[in-house]
Ligand binder design. Structure first.
Ligand SMILES: Cc1cc2nc3c(=O)[nH]c(=O)nc-3n(C[C@H](O)[C@H](O)[C@H](O)COP(=O)(O)O)c2cc1C
Length: 201
């Protein structure tokens, strides 16, 4: 390879890794661990003791699929949504940054270069938490996004309970500040969040 080719190839490599960093393709979700629904229901509980061990992208993909993933060929989801409007947004913040889950593409679309895990520290146990999901939806009166958030976080609680993970739903944080950090438009608001990680022994 001559010098010009080497330069072009290096430049292209840098450009494509910058472009790739904006959106992270998730591994295919693993959707069967053989656990029964009854076992999951028996085991579900809030966890408030977390280890700092990170959640890898395979596990993150599994969690997001459970929360709000596509489970049918027509694009419908693991949760029901009123009029099939799919009006819930699920954001992810972890050590890689802050992202919006694109369920159709099974990918994470970067919204911030930085993590905003520090915005959820209003309870001491949050210090170790490696992953927070943020559920957002419409500010309009009588919209159903708040219910859809409930369906999604319950799915995640059931998944966590049967996969050696801990989770806790969290309303105790500054939702306005998080909405601002996420650059939510005026007609969108943060509904609730959910902390997820490995339970500390
Ligand atoms: C909408 C909602 C908001 C919650 N917010 C918090 C919170 O900010 N901090 C917290 O420690 N737990 C929070 N929780 C967890 C509840 O405290 C917990 O579910 C309740 O104590 C029952 O315990 P269990 O989940 O182990 O059954 C929240 C739960 C829900 C459903």
């Amino acid at each position: 390879m001559n010098k010009k080719m080497m330069f072009l190839s290096a430049a292209f490599g840098v450009m494509s890794s910058v472009a790739m960093a904006q959106s992270i393709e998730l591994p295919e979700p693993q959707i069967d661990n053989g656990v029964t629904l009854y076992q999951a229901l028996k085991d579900r509980h809030s966890v408030r003791r977390f280890s700092t061990r990170p959640i890898d992208n395979q596990l993150l993909s599994n969690i997001l699929w459970v929360a709000y993933g596509v489970n049918r060929e027509d694009g419908r989801r693991t949760i029901p949504t009123a009029r099939n409007e799919k009006d819930l947004s699920v954001y992810v913040t972890n050590n890689l940054g802050t992202f919006l889950y694109d369920a159709d593409a099974n990918s994470l679309v970067r919204v911030l270069d930085k993590s905003i895990l520090d915005m959820f520290q209003s309870q001491p146990f949050m210090a170790n938490v490696p992953l927070v999901l943020i559920y957002a939806g419409s500010t309009a009166d009588n919209n159903y996004a708040i219910m859809h958030a409930g369906s999604a976080y319950q799915n995640v609680e059931l998944y966590a309970a049967t996969n050696d993970l801990g989770s806790v739903v969290r309303a105790l944080f500054d939702k306005e500040a998080v909405a601002q950090a996420l650059n939510l438009p005026d007609n969108q608001r943060v509904i609730v969040s959910q902390a997820i990680g490995y339970e500390e022994e």
